[in-house]
Design a protein around this ligand. Structure first.
Ligand code: PSU
Ligand code: MN
Length: 304
């Protein structure tokens, strides 16, 4: 039996039934540059704690599923340039081979579920890439949301993706897409994508109740909570589009495919916006960590 290994903090939280928020590690290894990745990983963990829940950053270390990392392990992931990015397809082989890797949204959902954790905070989920009608590039994150009962808080999906197609696939898969506090589906760096979100919730309590009701109904899969970036940090949609289009052209010119696509686009956009996208990225990660903690606290209250 493959059992996850817990940090002391997470072990004690599980023991006492305290609320726990899972955090992913691909954002550390492939999403943000050093040293911002390390600072942000530590900062989001503190945000979860300050909001009254326990953070559990997830990764595979030497073939073991780790739920909650030490500061040394965060540093190891943040500094290493060649850590594997693990999703559903490659997670078991990484464990079999005793390797170390960061977990994407899909893999973090799987590990959180194994650990009995209901809520997970990240930056943005993967989705349907632009040009998917010819490349077929659709992130495994979407299917995982349909299969595994974890509520994922993200700032929408990146404007590098095809957002209307991403929403269509989520609808087909039966994944609830819930905009928090507004009608519009947020677009990561921007509060608004111009698209209406299928669902809206205005309190963590409603989201927690829907999570429990899905479970009571025996429905597979989780929920996608789309939390708009704080207003002071946002980059309006038309503005970020220029950088997005340039990054997409570069990816196509350089023949980038598969797992490399998302990290490549993120680092290009970072260069093109001269760090402004980084500030926005950190702000939305922190905001998502805090909202996830509020939802986790509501879920840990016995059902009324
Ligand atoms: N979006 C971000 N930052 C990230 C990612 C997405 O804002 O680091 C990562 C997440 O781990 C997500 C993964 O699960 O990229 C999606 O990769 P792909 O498109 O290859 O499935
Ligand atoms: Mn892909």
């Amino acid at each position: 039996m493959i059992l996850p290994a817990y940090s002391d903090e997470v072990f004690n939280a599980r023991d006492s039934g305290a609320p726990i928020v899972a955090l992913e590690s691909t954002v550390i290894t492939h999403g943000l540059p050093f040293p911002s990745n390390l600072e942000t990983a530590r900062r989001t963990e503190s945000d979860v704690r300050e909001s009254g829940a326990v953070p559990a950053t997830v990764a595979i270390v030497d073939g073991q599923i780790r739920i909650g990392l030490s500061d040394n392990e965060l540093q190891m992931l943040a500094r290493s340039a060649d850590t594997a990015k693990l999703s559903r397809a490659d997670l078991p082989m990484a464990i079999a081979q005793g390797r170390t890797g960061s977990t994407t949204v899909a893999a973090t959902i799987i590990c959180a579920d194994r650990a009995g954790i209901d809520v997970f905070a990240t930056g943005g989920i993967g989705g349907v890439h632009r040009g998917a009608e010819s490349s077929f590039d659709v992130s495994a994150d979407l299917r995982e949301l349909a299969l595994t009962p974890v509520t994922v808080v993200a700032a929408g999906a990146k404007a590098v993706l095809d957002l209307p197609k991403t929403l269509e696939v989520l609808e087909t898969l039966g994944v609830p897409v819930i905009a928090f506090g507004q009608d519009c589906f947020p677009a990561f760096w921007s509060r608004s994508s111009g698209l209406k979100a299928p669902l809206r919730a205005d309190s963590p309590d409603e989201i927690a109740r829907a999570h429990q009701i899905r479970r009571n109904l025996g429905l597979s899969g989780g929920q996608f909570v789309a939390n708009p970036i704080p207003a002071e940090a946002e980059i309006p949609y038309p503005e970020i589009q220029t950088a997005v289009e340039a990054a997409l052209r570069a990816a196509s010119a350089e023949g980038i495919t598969g797992k490399e696509v998302t990290p490549f686009l993120l680092s290009r956009i970072l260069e093109l916006t001269e760090g402004r996208s980084l500030t926005a990225n950190v702000a939305l990660l922190r905001s998502n960590a805090r909202l996830a903690a509020e939802i986790a606290k509501e879920i840990s209250v016995p059902a009324r």
